[in-house]
Design a protein around this ligand. Structure first.
Ligand SMILES: Cc1cc2nc3c(=O)[nH]c(=O)nc-3n(C[C@H](O)[C@H](O)[C@H](O)COP(=O)(O)OP(=O)(O)OC[C@H]3O[C@@H](n4cnc5c(N)ncnc54)[C@H](O)[C@@H]3O)c2cc1C
Length: 458
């Protein structure tokens, strides 16, 4: 039987433990070593690898930067992990047609900086943007604070090049604004969590940078008032580019982690940004200020770029800052219609208080996507099991409010056991049929998305 050295050149793969240790985990905290790691240079390298894996029934796991929060890129001991550090080029910046072509290993923040220097931007901006890759963003259909106004990754992917599990290379999508030729395989691959194909090249839409941005901070005495302000702003026809929420527990954690000077004696803070034409946004900022004041919010405008950058640094530090409160967080990212945000926030608070477990809420309140963090300790089994029981309650509350159990982090390993709370068997059957069509041997990122019992593909 052939081995990796027969199909790949030296320096593009390793089976050394010290290399494997660097790739066996993601931000879910799950950690399993693969049997090999491969650093391909091209789609052709990946095609060769997949033909080899297909013929020998070997599992292959794509991995970007490992910032995923649901175990999507966590390997199994008997798998080959593919990492895209060498496929990290911005291939083309076509500002006349407002698009760029990138390899999957490009870091989101690097693309933002390259485009920013030329007066353009790529809207999806996950809070992990300085680390996560565009390939990982596409596989997870990542969102971010700006999704409120500009949408998520799926809204920006025009074309994909990808390698199928049997090694064939597929090109999907078009370079044009429109096309209705056949099924939309591009939209299917976006958000498929590395289970259908390995993405090797991506054409993304970009936009001209807005003329100006105003950043507003509003502090509230309750999460309910903050939630009501969010709902009212949208209902009044104002679409800020971001409306980020931080609750009391989150603010305390950030204040312990970083000197930003967020007020301690409040229950919720909204970080709101409005972008566009200077005159229009000044009028919108006034309206936003009035709405927040109407719900007893204390409103402040960030004076300059430095204070705005500091606020965003603090917002992006929330995830690591929460470890200042408890060693473990069970991290969910539920999403509800924006009018239901106040009810969701009140319901989450009630669930936490009834169980005596701190639940920190923050995130993209403007599009109804709240990151819910159940603070616990995985070394204390009783405590952890009690905390984990709250997940079902949180998902039930979300679904009853017309929401979805994941707005942007995906299902991966950690949420697969809950997927049938949201999807009925007809949906799951069709999805598993699609998986089987792409990957009849179930070798590409197996065990992800579908619940363990139904993950067996007959
Ligand atoms: C601090 C922090 C903040 C975050 N904030 C946000 C946020 O605001 N919005 C948001 O949406 N997410 C957020 N996330 C989650 C995470 O950053 C995103 O899901 C991101 O898209 C993952 O990218 P990655 O490169 O790290 O991918 P990984 O974590 O390495 O992989 C994620 C999934 O993509 C698959 N994959 C990776 N590359 C490829 C490829 N080339 N082809 C096929 N499949 C591939 C993997 O198999 C896996 O299933 C955050 C995470 C952290 C730790």
């Amino acid at each position: 039987m052939k081995s990796l050295k027969d199909i790949l050149v030296d320096g593009t793969y390793s089976m050394e433990k010290e290399d494997l240790l660097c790739y066996g985990y993601d931000a879910s905290g799950i950690d399993v070593l693969p049997s090999a790691v491969v650093w391909p240079n091209s789609a052709a390298d990946i095609s060769k690898l997949m033909q080899f894996a297909w013929q020998n029934d070997i599992k292959v796991i794509p991995r970007g930067a490992g910032t995923g929060l649901t175990g999507g890129s966590v390997p199994s001991n008997d798998s080959i992990l593919v990492s895209f550090e060498k496929m990290n080029k911005i291939v083309e910046v076509d500002t006349r047609n407002l698009n760029v072509v990138v390899e999957p290993g490009v870091i989101n923040g690097e693309l933002q900086r390259t485009l920013g220097a030329q007066g353009y931007f790529y809207p999806p901006d996950p809070a992990s943007l300085n680390t996560c890759t565009i390939g990982g963003n596409v596989a997870e259909n990542a969102g971010g604070p700006r999704a409120l106004k500009y949408g998520v990754t799926r809204d920006y992917v025009m074309q994909l090049e990808a390698v199928l599990p049997d090694g064939r290379i597929i090109h999907t999508g078009v370079q044009t604004k429109k096309s209705v030729v056949g099924y939309d395989l591009t939209r299917l691959l976006v958000g498929s969590e590395g289970t259908l194909a390995i993405i090797t090249k991506i054409r993304l839409k970009v936009l001209p940078r807005p003329e100006n941005v105003i950043t507003i901070l509003a502090a509230f005495g309750s999460v309910e008032q903050a939630g009501k302000s969010v709902s009212r702003i949208i209902a009044d026809g104002i679409i800020p580019r971001t409306m980020e929420l931080m609750d009391r527990i989150t603010l305390a954690a950030v204040n312990k982690y970083k000197t930003v000077g967020f007020p301690e004696d409040i229950d919720a803070l909204l970080l709101i940004e409005i972008d566009g034409n200077s005159r229009a946004i000044a009028a919108d900022a006034d309206k936003v200020g009035n709405i927040c004041s109407g719900f007893q919010g204390k409103v402040k405008i960030a004076e300059d770029t430095a204070s705005r950058d500091l606020l965003w640094e603090a917002r992006r530090a929330v995830s690591p800052a929460l470890y200042k409160i408890s060693p473990t967080k069970i991290n969910e990212d539920v999403v509800v219609p924006v009018t239901k945000v106040p009810e969701l926030l009140m319901g989450l608070q009630a669930i936490g208080e009834a169980a005596g477990v701190p639940i920190a809420c923050f995130g993209h309140a403007g599009d109804g996507n709240i990151h819910v963090n159940i603070m616990t300790d995985k070394n204390d089994k009783k405590k952890y099991d009690e905390a984990e029981k709250l997940v079902r309650k949180i998902f039930r509350l979300t679904l009853d409010l017309g929401g979805s159990i994941s707005g942007e982090h995906g299902i991966g390993l950690t949420k697969s056991k809950y997927i049938n709370m949201e999807l009925d068997s007809v949906n799951i059957d069709i999805m598993q049929g699609i998986k089987k069509l792409f990957d009849a041997k179930n070798i590409l990122n197996p065990g992800k998305i579908f619940p363990p019992a139904s993950a067996v593909i007959s």
